[in-house]
Design a protein around this ligand. Structure first.
Ligand code: ATP
Length: 183
């Protein structure tokens, strides 16, 4: 199967993530997209707990039969290195690692980054405000980008501003119920 791997902090997952995953499925004929929330992101400090980020990602993905969510990085101790995840998932499937331009620009700072293109083909998704750099091991998929970030959502919640339309209704309900991101 052509398997998309979508790694992220998902703090929280938002409509931009879902649109990016749909765009990658359509452009690359992926059979499935596995959302992989980072357990302990090496380069980002989580705001919500890893379990809360995982549960929100499940809520964001569960109505789409092509999407699934993996606990692989949550259940592995230590920092969540993408190279370890791709090695663990490599086997029968062809792996396609989905990411935005901000992530691909950071790639040279990732653990064992030169191994990554050997393990997966990279799929670049449009992220408004960013420009996709030419990288030989990736396919850029132009799509209608959705201009939203998890940072914006956290800031809006903290400021008491609405987030409807920026996250799935079930994700918003989870954020409210668990009082996430309130200062
Ligand atoms: P934060 O604001 O906390 O930095 P984020 O919105 O960038 O978070 P991440 O979970 O860090 O979200 O992103 C995971 C992956 O999703 C990255 O590859 C990122 O480029 C991509 N991504 C995030 N938001 C969008 C978006 N609006 N459109 C396309 N890709 C996105």
């Amino acid at each position: 199967m052509r398997l998309g791997i979508f790694g992220g902090t998902f703090d929280p997952p938002h409509v931009g993530h879902v649109a990016a995953a749909h765009g990658a499925v359509a452009a690359m004929a992926l059979g499935r997209v596995l959302f992989v929330p980072a357990g302990a992101p090496p380069q980002k400090h989580g705001h919500a707990s890893a379990e809360d980020r995982f549960r929100m990602t499940v809520l964001a993905a569960e109505d789409e039969p092509t999407f699934a969510v993996s606990r692989i990085e949550l259940d592995r101790p230590g920092p969540s290195y993408t190279v370890d995840t791709l090695r663990a998932l490599s086997g029968a499937d062809d792996l396609f690692f989905i990411c935005g331009a901000d992530a691909i620009r950071d790639l040279p700072t990732w653990h064992e980054w030169e191994e990554l293109p050997k393990l997966a083909h990279f799929v670049g998704v449009t992220r408004p405000g960013t420009t996709w750099p030419p990288v030989p091991y990736a396919t850029y998929v132009p799509m209608d980008g959705v201009d939203v970030s998890s940072t914006e959502i956290r800031e809006r919640v903290a400021a008491g501003q609405p987030i409807a339309g920026l996250v799935a209704p079930k994700v918003e309900a989870y954020i409210r119920e668990h009082a996430l991101y309130v200062r």
